[in-house]
Design a protein around this ligand. Sequence first.
Ligand code: NAP
Ligand code: GCO
Length: 265
Amino acid sequence: MDMNAFRLDGKVALVTGASYGIGFAIASAMAEAGATIVFNDIKQELVDKGVAAYAEKGIKAHGYVCDVTNEDAVNETVAKIEAEVGVVDILVNNAGIIKRIPMLEMSAKDFRQVIDVDLNAPFIVAKAVIPGMIKKGAGKIINICSMMSELGRETVSAYAAAKGGLKMLTKNIASEYGQYNIQCNGIGPGYIATPQTAPLREIQPDGSKHPFDQFILAKTPANRWGEASDLGGPAVFLASAASDFVNGHILYVDGGILAYIGKQP
Ligand code: NAP
Ligand code: GCO
């Protein structure tokens, strides 16, 4: 097998919400595989910080200020990217939020905001880049799903609904655009140590681990939280020619959580 199939040289990769966290790790891995990195964030300050953070790793990333829920802004930004950097070959729909609120206490406004960022935005951004991929005759879309694409838990009703929907949006894009040599797959990270999960890992006043931290360790055969860097290899695989016949698949990168009943207390 030609191992160059795993390379991304000459490809333009757009990773949404990638100033830090999982998006930053995935973009960094794709850069190491040869891709040109484009990313966005809502605030110029974070885009500037992101560009500097990439530069510290020797990566010349192109940063754009764009709220992925704003369709006009997304379409304008993708047009700018195509003019300034090139047609987007690889899209990673990474930007996301979570609101941990018991359903009966959650307002419809809060519910809609999570759905807007975690489900509507991936639709909007994919719709903006697919025409360019069709013209080029190839494309890769990777939607960042979640354990909550498969499982529920207390306080995350909006997030689970969004990530469950994102799993099915992934399968539908795969179905509708596979004929144009566009592959659309998902990555379902397990519990990853990023700012998004920091509240679940806070050390307690008595110095003990957060109960949820202990819970996740007991539910993970690997007995550890994932690192954002654990997602780099799977993302490069799904962005590369090595996965040209993988389509509509959700690749769970969870240390085995979905396979495991959990350690006996
Ligand atoms: P994070 O640390 O909270 O980072 C999220 C990123 O998305 C931030 O850069 C944020 O920018 C950006 N973002 C949020 N709303 C946006 C919008 N409307 N437009 C543009 N950018 C926006 O999250 P993470 O842990 O890296 O997670 C990244 C993705 O992985 C999310 O989709 C998340 O649901 C998913 N995921 C995370 C885990 C985990 O355990 N961490 C597990 C499974 C799936 P700002 O800082 O400006 O808000
Ligand atoms: C939570 C966590 C999870 C992770 C991730 C798991 O509150 O349960 O934030 O939702 O972010 O999505 O795959």
